[in-house]
Write a protein that binds this ligand. Sequence first.
Ligand code: ZN
Length: 417
Amino acid sequence: MLRKAIVATLALSAACAPDSQAPVKVQALVLNSNGAYAPREVELTTISDIVKMEGVVAKMIGGARIRSDSQDPQVQNAQTPEAYAKAIIKGDGRDVTASYITQDGVLWPADFHTWNLVTAYYNFERAYDYFNKVANIPAADLGEPATVYYFPEFTLVDTSPDALKDNALYFSPVQAFMVLPFDTLQKAPLALNAGVMSHEYAHRIFNQKVYAGSPFPYQIAVWGQSPSSPGANLIKSLDEGLADYHGFGTTCDSPVGCDTRFFRTSFDDRLSDSRDLAKADRCMDTVLLNDLNTLNVGAFDPYKLGSIIASALYQAGQSTGQHKTLQRALVAAYSDETSGNPGLAQLSRIAQNDQLIFNRTSVSAVLVNHITDTPLKTAVCNELIDHLQIPAAELVGPGLPCPPEAQGGTTCARINP
Ligand SMILES: [Zn+2]
């Protein structure tokens, strides 16, 4: 696929200095209905420098070196998040240089990295657009252009002496995205995968709103100091599950349409199945509930609970035909200072000294209280009561958030809560 695209560019006319004024017409690698990433003309509407790949949405930085090592004296001496970020960024990196060939007013990437960079920027722009237009976050609140470390050398020394590969992530300690080099990944590079990149972008939004932009949110750093950290375990799962649901949401505006299994073009079947939002029978079980309540955040797997949350929300949006309304309501629930209607940020503040207050019931109440449409509210209540195994009496009744007609579902066998 890539070779064909690159050969195609060689046959085109000679290179000239590209026009940087947005919107810029450029070829990117976009998933088509045959399941292949193929060149497609797109418009970058926020780019200000098409060579350095920077604009309103993101700024790409090449060749950075980031090394987190608890034995590093600079890291040990760091007293503030800023000092920590400085201590682990061992090489700042530099501007990237994309190169193009122009044909009929359209820029064609002239090398592999330019294809990858342009497509990554395009995917960030899709995610930005989704959070701006679907989730209704004003552009001013979406913040400064996101720093994206492109193919950095990123090492978490306490985990492995080798630099990480084959991943894309949002790393809150440096408040930046990383698109890591690939090594053994046999499928589509993550930068090309619009759903995966939106999943990562959703972590930035969650960090900005629920964690108030903190590099080390207390919901993880402080709650996670307890041997059992149910609040930290739940909020991490919520972050992952919501990121999957928003990743799905972004795919709905792509040429191939809504894709519940967007991981499949980059990952194996096992992972893709475990994250497929359309899988309707994921349930909280006694083992997972026990893990949630007793494990430390360092040992708890947030993806299992996250995918239960994601598919429960998906079912509610799907059965009512109201995905976009639900996606907007969920983001509205991230942070809300309205008295009597706390968001997740405010609920965690209430729970700051007692993380048990941040639990399945209180979190569900916050989400449901931000939905106005009664059928949608009822559907979300039913799915959460059913799949998260919340006793219906905790959410349904006088003064409680769920409408009387919500009594849960029958997909999951009830366990003793
Ligand atoms: Zn994630």
